[in-house]
Design a protein around this ligand. Structure first.
Ligand SMILES: Nc1ncnc2c1ncn2[C@@H]1O[C@H](COP(=O)(O)OP(=O)(O)OP(=O)(O)O)[C@@H](O)[C@H]1O
Ligand SMILES: [Mg+2]
Length: 260
């Protein structure tokens, strides 16, 4: 988002991105970039197109027009075989967790390793166990099936799967929604720990004002089918623009700022 003050690499570059479903315009001419190691948060009202934008950046949704460069590769309209390497370098936590119901947690976490590596089952299980412990789950939790997990455990399992391949780029769609405040705080800390250890670039969709203050380096606000604002939390919380004020300076926004 910043101009080239440092020599960091630009990991994501979105240019003039427009998305329509039939007559419905989700967003128009979105421009943004994310630099290596940065945590970018995407915020906006429900239905403002946050998940759609994320799906366009993870190569699961074809935009109507515009371009998306991820890790140096133009991904819009690329064939599946062409984006395989980029996909391997990317982890995703979907809004609903999207765990496979027919397999236990350990197998879920091992799925990207089975898809993208030739490691043996034993090594895959060992790595999956390690990822579980990184996200605060025990080996015993690994034997449970998704329908036996609490909401918070599901998020942790989904995060463990998203980081299975030590991705350079991590997409998290509402990782703290539905969690109690303590668990949500724990999740924020987890993201910060991850940033400190593996140092991935992270794109995070969230409604959680506390999370924004805790983890976001840069924030973009979507609304009215466009990018309304971008900046740091301090910049956005101090904005005079009515749409930005409504979002960041309501009672929840102020409470979160006070405790940040
Ligand atoms: N595959 C699809 N076909 C048709 N319309 C879609 C499709 N996916 C999303 N939409 C529409 O795009 C708009 C944005 O949806 P999206 O899920 O991106 O919103 P969001 O900002 O993530 O909302 P929330 O905060 O509730 O998760 C909605 O009006 C939705 O109905
Ligand atoms: Mg969404």
């Amino acid at each position: 988002m910043r101009q080239a003050a440092t020599h960091k690499q630009t990991v994501i570059e979105v240019r003039d991105l427009t998305m329509r479903f039939g007559q419905k315009l989700v967003h128009e001419n979105i421009n943004l970039s994310v630099e290596q190691g940065e945590i970018l948060a995407i915020v906006g009202a429900s239905g403002s197109g946050k998940s759609t934008l994320l799906r366009e950046m993870v190569m699961l949704q074809q935009p109507s027009s515009g371009s998306v460069r991820v890790l140096g590769q133009e991904i819009t309209r690329a064939r599946e075989s062409e984006i395989l390497l980029t996909r391997q370098r990317t982890g995703v936590l979907f809004q609903n967790g999207a765990l496979f119901g027919g397999m236990n947690v350990l197998s879920n976490v091992g799925t990207p390793l089975r898809e993208h590596t030739r490691l043996s089952d034993r090594v895959i299980d060992e790595i999956a166990c390690l990822k579980l412990s990184l996200t605060g789950l025990s080996p015993a939790d690994g034997l449970l099936f998704p329908n036996q997990l609490s909401g918070g455990m599901r998020k942790r399992a989904a995060l463990a799967r998203a980081i299975a391949l030590d991705p350079e780029l991590l997409f998290l769609d509402e990782p703290t929604s539905g969690l109690d405040p303590l668990s949500a705080d724990g999740f924020d800390q987890l993201i910060l720990d991850l940033k400190a250890s593996l140092g991935p670039t992270i794109v995070l969709v969230t409604h959680d004002m506390d999370s924004l203050w805790q983890v976001a380096d840069m924030v973009i606000l979507l609304g009215e089918a466009r990018l309304i604002a971008n900046g740091t939390m301090n910049e956005l919380a101090g904005s005079k623009e009515p749409a930005v004020k409504r979002f960041f300076q309501g009672p929840r926004g102020r409470a979160a700022q006070a405790s940040a």
